[in-house]
Ligand binder design. Structure first.
Ligand SMILES: [Fe+2]
Length: 160
């Protein structure tokens, strides 16, 4: 008996989109952890904790994406090399980032991922795969909440 979950239809394109989103979430989670470690200044505690909270949420997103792929018979990418190859966001390799800059980078990356997710939700729907569309819809809401937190943080005067 197959271990794949019954779906009306899905496609390699949908499975690939799950891997791409997995790469996005992984790279962003690394960046959150880096900024969690590197942040300093008068808002250290709030930013340190905010970055870690979002990092934890991304850990769940990563797992949901990979497991959804397995349910569809896919083999989600699971090497750092592949994550770097297909992610739609870049790493932040420098050492010196002002707190404001960290929040801006994270906000921009989150917006890129939200846009890509909207496309991937349409793709899953087009392929008669409402389960995957629903998984991605849940995920986009987490990112949208994170974007809101980042936007409000960015708007704060004195965040240097
Ligand atoms: Fe920590």
């Amino acid at each position: 008996m197959s271990t794949e979950v019954k779906v009306k239809h899905t496609s390699q394109e949908v499975i690939q989109s799950l891997s791409r989103q997995l790469a996005n979430a992984y790279l962003l989670s690394i960046k959150y952890k880096k900024f969690h470690w590197y942040v300093s200044g008068p808002f250290f505690k709030q930013l340190h904790e905010l970055f870690d909270m979002h990092y934890e949420q991304l850990g769940e997103i990563v797992d949901d994406l990979a497991e959804r792929s397995r349910m569809l018979g896919g083999y989600p990418i699971a090497t750092a090399k592949e994550f770097l190859e297909i992610a739609e966001i870049d790493e932040s390799p420098n050492v010196q980032y002002a707190p404001q800059e960290m929040v801006e980078i994270l906000h921009e990356d989150t917006d890129v991922i939200i846009d890509a997710l909207h496309g991937d939700i349409d793709l899953a729907t087009k392929h008669n795969d409402p389960g995957t569309a629903d998984v991605l819809t849940s995920i986009v809401q987490v990112y949208q909440k994170q974007a809101w937190f980042l936007a409000e943080t960015k708007a704060r005067k004195g965040l240097v």
